[in-house]
Design a protein around this ligand. Structure first.
Ligand code: ATP
Ligand code: MG
Length: 131
């Protein structure tokens, strides 16, 4: 997902270009607003964390771009392309190192397991929307 800061700052084409150049197949793509309910489900694992309210405010604060991508080891590979959660710790050349300065607004999201990918894809795409 391209988070609202990334969309607002016009980074969508650059990030999609990186995904295509890497060789992943985009099987779903849409710009959308996220409801509070969806955001709370999406980040449910962080419900008890002190930053949860801010995180939900942020992710619902503007359109996001939801991307379903497919490819060899795509979950780990996309997380590697994003870099560390805190951009200060992200390796040079990663999306977060190149385009972000704060943990709170770090441009992209990536599912962290096959289970979370399945759960999140179902939150953002309806049956039949994925290629
Ligand atoms: P994401 O789930 O967004 O792909 P991630 O898996 O790298 O990121 P998580 O630990 O799942 O990181 O945290 C989810 C998101 O919550 C982070 O991307 C970040 O925007 C926000 N977040 C995490 N830790 C903090 C923190 N200490 N302060 C503020 N925001 C945080
Ligand atoms: Mg996460």
């Amino acid at each position: 997902m391209i988070k609202p800061d990334g969309v607002r700052r016009g980074l969508t084409p650059e990030i999609l270009a990186r995904i295509h150049k890497k060789g992943y197949r985009v099987v779903g793509l849409k710009q959308m607003n996220i409801t509070r309910e969806t955001a709370e489900q999406h980040y449910g694992e962080h419900r008890e964390r002190p930053f949860f309210g801010e995180l939900v405010d942020f992710i619902t604060g503007g359109p996001v771009v939801a991307i379903a991508l497919e490819g060899n080891e795509a979950i780990a590979g996309w997380r590697a392309m994003m870099g560390a959660t805190n951009p200060a710790n992200a390796a040079p050349g990663t999306i977060r190192a190149d385009f972000a300065t704060t943990t709170g607004e770090n441009v992209t999201h990536g599912s962290d397991s096959p289970e979370s990918a399945q759960r999140e894809l179902a939150l953002f795409f309806k049956d039949g929307e994925l290629l």
